[in-house]
Ligand binder design. Structure first.
Ligand code: NI
Length: 161
């Protein structure tokens, strides 16, 4: 889905205050940074207090709009792989280790992993919706220029497939 997309598709915001696909990918990657630390700290110091983070502040300070979308995706994949490897090696008791999140309260390693899977799914759906959005002016112009070009050049239209 991302590999075939144009730069314009990846960097255009669907609305004034809405993230572009590239910004969503940067958010997924940076959320995975925070989560990487949380899983490990929860297992090491169960019961610890965890500060929340302001995703919009991270997006502004990290200038998500200037990130290269493919690099964000690669970063997300690589961090996610490291986290999955970590989770594969913890014991059933360690899955129940927890932290006290400043906003969400008590959360176990297991609950955080489930939350992250749902978070991915929501953002993937959000990316799909952006891909489905129509870009009327350009699409229509391109269509009409092809149609008018063909009808004005009958020989060309015969020879084209
Ligand atoms: Ni999110």
């Amino acid at each position: 889905m991302i590999a075939k997309a144009s730069d314009e598709q990846l960097t255009t915001r669907p609305g004034k205050d809405k993230w572009s696909i590239g910004e969503i990918l940067a958010h997924l990657a940076e959320d995975e940074i925070a989560t990487a630390s949380r899983y490990r700290q929860m297992v090491e110091h169960t019961g610890l207090h965890m500060a929340g983070f302001d995703q919009d502040m991270w997006a502004r300070k990290g200038d998500y709009g200037s990130r290269v979308p493919h690099e964000s995706l690669a970063l997300f994949r690589s961090l996610r792989n490291a986290n999955l490897q970590f989770l594969e090696h913890i014991t059933p008791e360690q899955w129940e280790c927890f932290g006290i999140h400043a906003e969400r309260g008590r959360i176990t390693v297991r609950e955080l992993a489930v939350h992250m899977a749902g978070h991915d799914a929501n953002h993937i759906e959000q990316i799909r919706r952006i891909f489905r959005m129509k870009r009327p002016s350009k699409g229509v112009e391109k269509f009409f220029s092809r149609v008018t070009h063909r009808s004005a050049n009958p020989q060309m239209s015969r020879s084209s497939p």
